[in-house]
Ligand binder design. Sequence first.
Ligand SMILES: Cc1ncc(COP(=O)(O)O)c(C=O)c1O
Length: 305
Amino acid sequence: MLESKKIWVDGHLVNYDEAKIHVLTHGLHYGTGVFEGIRSYNTNNGPAIFRLDDHIRRLFNSAKAYFMDFAYNKDELIQSSINTVKANNLDECYIRIIAFYGYGKLGVNPLPNKVSIVISVLNWSEHIKKENREEGINTMVSPWMKVDVRSMPTHAKGVANYANSALARIEALKSGADEAIMINSNGFVVEASAENIFFVKNGEIYTPPISTGALEGITRDTVIEITKQNNILLNIENISRDELYYFEEAFLTGTASEIVPIGKIDHRVIGDGKIGPVTQKIQNCYGQIVRGKIENNRSWLTFIK
Ligand SMILES: Cc1ncc(COP(=O)(O)O)c(C=O)c1O
C-alpha cells in the first residue's frame, strides 16, 4: 500500500505516520465499527468523488444500527472528505472512512466509549487484477454461509460483517479461486465477499434482492440506473445456488473493483469464460459515468477543485 501524506482523525489532518489508536480500542476487540469505501476519479474538470453524498448517507445509516453518535453532520463529513483528498494531492484515489467505538471501557457494551472517525485516502485502486476485467475471474461458492440477517444488520457496512467476508475470501484464495460467492441460510445467492453480484440470461439482467443479506451497494444502484438508461430488463429476484451455473454472463460490482466479469463458478465456465456483451456494455457505461462523460449523471460527482 502506498503511503499518503495526511489522514483526517476526529477533525484534524495529521501526518500518515501519526494516525494511531490505542490497542484497547473497543472496535478492535469487538468489531464495533462501520465504514465506507469511496473513489475519486479524474474528469475533464479535474478530480471528482463519485456518489459521495450517497456514501455518507449510508455511513450514517450503518451508524444508526450501532447507536453511534457522530460529532459531525453529513455536510461536515462531505467537506472533510474533500479536504482530505485535497491535502493528499491525489487525483484518482480510494477514500476509506471508518467510524468506531474507541478506547475507554473494554466490556462488550460499546456505548460508554467515544466514537472516532478517520478518513484516509489511498493510492490503491485495483484490488482485483486488471487483466481479469476482460478475462473473467474464477469464483467458487463459499463454504461459509453469508452472515444471517437475523444475526447481524447486513444493511450496515459494519466492520464485524467482514470477518465473514474475510473467511470466505481466504477459503477462495486457498482453493485457487479469486473470489467467493456467498449463499444465505435460505439457500439463495447473496453477493460476493466484497461485491454485489449480477447475472445475464437472454439479454435480461438478474440480481438478488437486498433482503437476502446483500449490501445495498452504490455500484449496484449505479448498474440498475444503467440498465434503465439502456432499456435492459432487470429482474431483482431470489436466485438459488443451483441456478448459478446456467447464466450466460455474470459479473461483480463494487466501488473498489468496479465491474468485474466472472469467468468461472465452481470450475464451470460461464458463457465463454470471457466478458460478455451485456457486461461489456455496463462496464463501458460505468467507466464513462464515473469520469463525468455522461451529462445526465454528472450530479453524482463532487468536484474537488
Ligand atoms: C459485502 C459487500 N457487498 C457489496 C459491496 C459493493 O458496495 P459498493 O458498490 O457500495 O462499493 C461491497 C463493497 O465494499 C461489499 O463489501
